[in-house]
Design a binder for this molecule. Structure first.
Ligand code: NAP
Length: 498
């Protein structure tokens, strides 16, 4: 065990304790006795200070040319690369994912830095002919102002980067409120932004409890935009406050993602995808494969293959190089997963493998759940409809391609999806008919890349897409500019008509 880190808020270029002095701890989910960090339990006064600093900094940051703002973010990418290993180790200890995945989490942040930095020299608007003579028409992207970024624990580096980097390149200032479970990761990340030389007030960090700090940010009249990633329940609350206070709000929420395996699929390939999609990050990804929709002709064979592979998966601390599945983030989430097994049992599902909290040997020191496969699941069961967010996958048998697509679409969510088939016609039909923000053909439901839009339909999102150039639409307003150089009043739709 190592000495706990002391995390502070970062407001107006200074590292500060909470005004009330209260603190909370984060712990290692693979060893709950190990405290990773102590962090401020901030209150409304801390939020107020951060909003004042971000508002003040916005006045000058928005006037820094976008290519120059982007150079700061490029530098963040370089500093992040320097600390990649250190940060990955910290993610392992504080969030629990295996080291290879933790490195991927940081790499996503690095990719996002370089991609966002390149946008500083684009941020393209349009020019278009005016309908009047001697008149010029164009559109330009404008920053929005002060952005509150509220993030979950499952990608403690990548998700804050996805939000902060494009927001800053676009000329906004930001206040990050990270998840309570991963304050040390957020602190290290903000230290990296600071080392890259961002001016005071441009990036601020306020730790604390969602119901307190998160809510205070969302409700604050001087916040212009809220970018939230988390559960659909919290997102609904955030969205309703933003609706009432006329804030721009981007919501990235839950999923109940499915992988279809057709009878013509390469079953080994589909198996690799299913295991990685369902059990990677212990199922704690918004894009995790939570349902496997299997054609009846391959169901039995595929189920046998899946069960065998799953039985060999090794649970353990993320820092152990042999670990394939890390812990669940905390006690509350562990109990939530466990509760879904009771629900599954009551609904008539059959537990093929797993189904319990793992307590063998050192696992009892942390929050581990056995990788679990549930069979005999029907599409309307709660375990087929609700997000479990753990290493649990349900099997649903179908008789046809059409039935598979219909069942895939039968949830309130629409984030990621996948189909394994060798039939090109089915692949294209699936691309058209699946109701989801992301569809993979012959790949698992997880594996987003930063230069493509990311987000979902239905109750997963509210119409925005993070990453890719679509992130710019979240963090900018369009302004339409007309320049009349005719020297006289020209009335569109009137003076140029008989
Ligand atoms: P969560 O409980 O909704 O929390 C997300 C963030 O919101 C945390 O920082 C939390 O703070 C804060 N928060 C909680 N209550 C709040 C309130 N009333 N007002 C403002 N902020 C509040 O979600 P989570 O358990 O951390 O994350 C898991 C969920 O995130 C899953 O549903 C998953 O699908 C979703 N997710 C979605 C995506 C996507 O892109 N679609 C990506 C990753 C995760 P505290 O930590 O202090 O509670």
């Amino acid at each position: 065990m190592t000495t706990p880190l002391t995390c502070r808020n970062y407001i107006d270029g200074q590292w500060l304790t909470a005004t009330a002095g209260a603190t909370l701890d984060s712990c290692n989910p693979a060893n709950k006795r190990e405290v990773i960090a102590t962090f401020p339990r901030s209150a409304a006064a801390d939020v107020e200070a951060a909003v004042v600093a971000a508002r003040q900094a916005y006045q000058s940051w928005r006037l820094v040319p976008a290519p120059a703002r982007a150079e700061y973010i490029f530098k963040v990418g370089e500093v992040l690369s320097k600390y990649k290993e250190e940060l990955a180790q910290l993610i392992c200890r504080e969030m629990g994912k295996p080291l290879a995945e933790a490195r991927g989490d940081v790499q996503e942040g690095i990719d996002c830095a370089f991609y966002s930095a390149a946008e500083g020299r684009r941020l393209f608007g349009q020019t278009t002919p005016s309908e009047m003579p001697n008149k010029f028409a164009m559109t330009v992207r404008m920053p929005i102002g002060v952005c509150a970024l509220i993030t979950p624990w499952n990608f403690p580096v990548a998700i804050p980067c996805w939000k902060a980097m494009p927001a800053l390149v676009c000329g906004n200032t930001v206040i990050l409120k990270p998840a309570e479970d991963t304050p040390a990761c957020a602190t290290k990340l903000v230290e990296i932004f600071v080392e890259a030389g961002l001016p005071p007030g441009v990036i601020n960090l306020v730790h604390g409890v969602g119901e307190e700090v998160g809510k205070a940010l969302v409700s604050h009249p001087d916040i212009d935009l809220v970018s939230f990633t988390g559960s659909s329940e919290t997102g609904a609350e955030v969205g309703s406050i933003c609706g009432r206070t006329h804030k721009r709000v981007c919501l990235e929420m839950g999923g109940k993602n499915a992988q279809i395996v057709m009878e013509d699929a390469d079953l080994e390939l589909a198996l690799d995808g299913a295991v990685w999609g369902a059990f990677g990050t212990a199922g704690q990804r918004c894009t995790a494969t939570s349902r496997l929709i299997l054609h009846r002709d391959i169901k039995e064979k595929f189920t046998t293959m899946l069960k065998e592979r799953t039985s060999k998966l090794r649970l353990g601390a993320g820092s152990d190089p042999n670990t394939e599945i890390g812990p669940i983030i905390n006690e509350r989430q562990l109990q939530r997963v466990s509760k879904y097994l009771d629900i599954a049992y009551a609904e008539g599902a059959k537990i093929l493998i797993g189904g319990e909290i793992a307590t063998e040997g050192e696992l009892q020191q942390g929050y581990f759940f056995q990788p679990t496969i549930l069979d005999k699941v029907t599409p309307q069961m709660r375990v087929a409809q609700e997000e479990i967010f753990g290493p649990v996958v349900v099997l649903i048998e179908v008789n046809s391609f059409e039935e598979a697509i219909a069942i895939l679409n039968t949830t309130k969510y629409g984030l990621s999806s996948s189909i394994y088939t060798r039939d090109i016609n089915r692949a294209f039909t699936a691309m058209r008919d699946i109701e989801a923000g992301i569809t993979y053909i012959n790949g698992p439901t997880i594996g987003a890349e930063v230069h493509l839009p990311f987000g979902g339909v239905k109750q997963t999102g509210n119409g925005h897409r993070e990453a890719g150039t679509t992130a710019l639409d979240i963090f900018t307003e369009w302004k339409t500019v007309y320049v009349d150089f005719s020297g006289s009043l020209q009335r569109a739709q009137i003076d140029n008509r008989e």
